[in-house]
Write a protein that binds this ligand. Structure first.
Ligand SMILES: [Zn+2]
Length: 345
């Protein structure tokens, strides 16, 4: 078990009009979904007439679920599904396929106590797999608010997109590739149990050095490696030395990464929701609403999405509407401080 997290109490009533929106957020969500659906259809039609600029992300085979999910809470949809695919651009058609699995729901670490109605709730949102597509990366970085960007090391656009995000005052993380049980390719900078301690640590430090301005890391895939005590201790030793935080993407219920981080006093949190294991507007909306509901129940929640056209279409509409939900988007470092009770964002 882990320490209970304090519940933020902002006790701020929204203005009357916003309160009406808040009470009717489900209706509002349905209307928004309809609008987004129409826009997605329009975007798909227009992109078909203009190929070559930025083809939709290539889907790769999915890692099979590797473990039974933890007990699913009543409000949680079953989401055992792939963690990620890597978007490619027309200029990098052979960019290595990277896929993984999210066979797990995050452990129940957060307090169950509902926050009082009217108090403010917080989400952090990480966009993973930044680095293979310049255009989609730039579009992701243009999302409004304190979105955090997890950059794959040694990728064609990783360094420049990290610089771009930082120049827009956005938080940057390393998205560290870690071995998965389905043996999906990991791309450059892969961390596996085939590496001895010296090579493992050198690879991780090389990844960290390849991503400017990073404040922490999360795992790309990792359904195998995050279950390995020794390798997770090596990871945390490096993070301690570099003063970085760790986010467990939680791609396996057997992950020991969070425990390893806490044992070494590394600031850490865990992913609650993957937004786009399935990429229809309806699927993404369902998972986004689940992220918000988790935040309402626990005070805070962490979501992960990917730079897919469909995800960006959705978030470009949904993020500006967060204020009407009395939910604030904060960076991952602010989220970790909040959950550790150090300070309000
Ligand atoms: Zn990833």
């Amino acid at each position: 078990m882990t320490p209970r997290r304090p519940v933020p109490r902002a006790a701020r009533k929204p203005p009357l009009l916003l309160a009406a929106f808040t009470r009717n957020y489900r209706l509002f969500g349905i209307l928004l979904t309809g609008v987004v659906g129409v826009l997605v259809l329009a975007a798909q039609n227009s992109s078909e007439s203009q190929p070559a600029v930025s083809p939709p992300p290539t889907r790769f085979s999915m890692e099979q679920p590797v473990a039974a999910a933890t007990a699913t809470p009543p409000l949680t949809m079953p989401t055992a599904a792939p963690e990620a695919t890597t978007p490619t651009t027309s200029t990098t058609p052979s960019a290595e396929a990277i896929a993984s699995a999210a066979a797990a729901q995050p452990a129940e670490e957060s307090p169950i106590t509902p926050t009082p109605s009217g108090s403010k709730h917080y989400i952090a949102l990480i966009i993973d797999d930044i680095g293979y597509s310049g255009p989609l990366g730039e579009r992701a970085i243009a999302l409004p608010g304190a979105v955090t960007y997890a950059v794959l090391p040694h990728t064609p656009f990783g360094t420049e997109l990290a610089e771009l995000a930082h120049s827009h005052s956005k938080e940057v993380m390393l998205h560290a590739p870690m071995s998965n049980l389905a043996h999906q390719p990991l791309g450059p900078g892969a961390l596996t149990d085939a590496l001895n301690q010296e090579d493992f640590i050198a690879t991780l430090k090389g990844n960290i050095d390849a991503v400017p301005h990073l404040q922490g890391i999360n795992n790309h895939m990792g359904s195998e490696l995050t279950g390995m005590q020794t390798q997770m201790q090596w990871v945390m030793e490096v993070l301690k030395e570099r003063g970085l935080y760790f986010v467990d993407s939680f791609t396996t219920a057997q992950s020991v990464a969070g425990d390893a981080a806490r044992q070494q006093a590394i600031p850490t949190t865990t992913r609650n929701v993957f937004l786009d294991n399935e990429t229809t507007a309806e699927d993404i909306d369902r998972e986004f609403q689940r992220l918000l509901q988790t935040a309402r129940e626990k005070g805070s929640a962490v979501g992960i999405g990917h730079p897919y056209e469909e995800t960006l279409d959705y978030l470009e509409k949904a993020l500006p509407a967060l204020a009407q939900e009395n939910i604030e988007l904060i960076s991952v470092s602010a989220m970790i401080r909040l959950q550790q009770g150090e300070a309000a964002p």
